[in-house]
Design a protein around this ligand. Structure first.
Ligand SMILES: CC(C)(COP(=O)(O)OP(=O)(O)OC[C@H]1O[C@@H](n2cnc3c(N)ncnc32)[C@H](O)[C@@H]1OP(=O)(O)O)[C@@H](O)C(=O)NCCC(=O)NCCS
Length: 182
């Protein structure tokens, strides 16, 4: 699906304008997360990431710190079908994508791209210049998505960091430079 224009505006409730392909009452809408989303966000995170899902206390505090870069896909009445979370550093205009997922039954409909495109637009508007993320080296769907958005492996060694999250948990680090006018 074609990426939406980056400057879609928010209404007063923090909802984004309806992107192409989201028409219909059952299509999830992309909006900023709210405090009341936290239980459902945790359910979704556990559904997708299982044993590596965020503990409740950490998810809570990530929300406390990074709510403006925590976006969710709401299918109605607070039922969440995806989210993206970016953390920013105050001093050097860097950020990390800490979480991205779309529920299994909703994949391959452009939703992951929508989440990423919107959070990158927000980061750019906020003056962030570099975005990094980690991904399992075998997670080809995610890597293809990130590559299509301009992310590239961070040298050296093609971004591969053995045991990054502990023994046997290798990760690839990818990065993207954001230019203010792009
Ligand atoms: C990665 C993920 C968020 C993608 O969400 P999605 O809504 O299915 O992705 P989209 O439909 O927006 O696809 C965007 C692009 O990603 C790539 N892609 C996504 N799923 C793919 C698959 N199964 N096979 C190949 N490419 C795939 C394609 O390049 C696609 O572009 P295209 O449709 O023009 O070919 C989703 O698969 C997911 O939640 N996975 C589990 C959690 C996860 O791995 N998160 C990332 C951790 S780093």
């Amino acid at each position: 699906m074609t990426a939406e224009p980056l400057e879609r505006t928010l209404d007063h409730d923090g909802h984004l304008g309806e992107p192409a392909g989201f028409q219909g009452s059952r299509s999830p809408s992309l909006r900023a997360a709210r405090e009341s989303d936290l239980p459902e966000l945790r359910r979704l995170d556990e559904e997708v990431f299982q044993e590596v899902a965020y503990p409740a206390f950490l998810l809570r505090q990530l929300y406390d710190m990074y709510a403006e870069h925590l976006l969710v896909l709401d299918e109605g009445e607070g039922r969440l079908r995806g989210y993206v979370l970016a953390a920013t550093t105050a001093l050097n205009r860097d950020s990390w994508i800490l979480g991205l997922c779309v529920t299994m039954s909703r994949r391959r409909h452009g939703l992951g791209r929508e989440l990423m495109t919107e959070v990158l637009a927000r980061l750019r508007q906020d003056g962030i210049e570099q975005v990094r993320l980690t991904v399992e080296p075998a997670n080809h769907p995610a890597i293809l998505l990130y590559r299509s958005l301009g992310f590239r492996p961070e040298p050296p060694d093609d971004g591969i960091r053995p045991d990054y999250f502990g023994p046997g948990q290798d990760r690839q680090i990818m990065h993207l430079r954001l230019s203010p006018d792009h």
